[in-house]
Design a protein around this ligand. Structure first.
Ligand code: FPP
Length: 265
């Protein structure tokens, strides 16, 4: 059991709670929202929020790894984020260079392996190099996978996967009727994560309650936890609070929970 101080989102009341070590979500995905609002509230430029958000990534990656999370997926840049002003896009493209440039030794020390999912070939050359180097430098780490969604979009991912299966059909290697959900899942950018591909817990910060084109296939049975904190204010305690909320849920995957659901009509 891990003890932590839980802050009730509605009342602000703080109470000591226990996390069940046997029920830590294996895969946590986070939509890191609110960097801009965090900066605005402090009369700072939006990029100051992204910089602080990058520091939060360091804190949360280490905290998740210590709690026993196996995959932490972070939505760092979507295929739609190119619509932002070029100064902000350029800054966001520089962040992985700064992040990996300073943090890779810490990742290795914590046995954390970097993975990136997204259309990385469309990123600036320096960003691509930072990503490639981080993946190579952490390739031997066997602990948590830190999976950055970078130039990622859920619909685009599904289109690409469909195109791959269609190519197999066209080549006569596959009959349309033989396509299964597992086959489609394997063609997604999480295919290499095998049984860990689907997040158990999806967190979105900053009070917004939408998916924004994130892991549309993989979150089919994820538990969603929406938190008020802006991403730069997120920390180990907020993560533990989200996991505690997750642990109060009863996952049924479309079936019934034998402990709580009656099978009588
Ligand atoms: C959403 O907040 C956040 C982003 C689009 C960028 C997230 C990126 C980071 C947290 C840094 C990632 C770090 C690495 C290492 C790649 P927003 O800007 O939409 O906030 P707002 O809704 O308040 O404007």
């Amino acid at each position: 059991m891990f003890s932590f101080l839980n802050k009730d989102q509605a009342t602000g009341e703080v109470t000591e709670r226990q996390l069940d070590e046997q029920n830590i979500p294996a895969h946590i995905a986070i939509i890191m929202d609110g960097n801009g609002r965090w900066a605005q509230q402090r009369h700072l430029p939006r990029i100051a929020g992204h910089k602080q958000g990058m520091n939060t990534v360091k804190t949360v990656a280490k905290a998740a790894s210590h709690l026993g999370v196996k995959v932490l997926t972070l939505y760092a840049f979507s295929t739609e984020n190119w619509k932002r002003p070029s100064t902000e896009v350029n800054y966001l493209m520089k962040l992985p260079v700064d992040f990996f440039g300073t943090f890779v030794p810490d990742l290795v020390k914590n046995n954390i392996r970097v993975k990136v999912m997204g259309y990385t070939d469309q990123l600036p050359a320096a960003t691509q190099k930072a990503v490639r180097d981080a993946i190579a430098d952490t390739a031997d780490c066997t602990g948590m996978v830190l999976n950055f969604a970078l130039n990622y979009g859920g619909r685009a991912e599904l289109v690409t996967a469909t195109q791959r299966l269609a190519a197999q059909v066209q080549a006569g290697q596959l009959a349309p009727a033989d396509i299964t959900a597992d086959m489609l899942g394997q063609q997604l950018m999480t295919g290499d994560l095998a049984e860990l591909a689907d997040p158990d817990l999806l967190i979105r910060t900053s009070g917004e309650e939408r998916l924004s084109n994130f892991m549309l296939w993989q979150v089919a049975y994820s538990e969603f936890v929406f938190m008020q904190e802006h991403w730069p204010d997120f920390d180990q305690a907020t993560l533990e609070q989200a996991i505690y909320t997750y642990q109060q849920r009863h996952r049924r995957f479309g079936g019934l929970n034998p402990a709580t659901d009656t099978t009588k009509n």
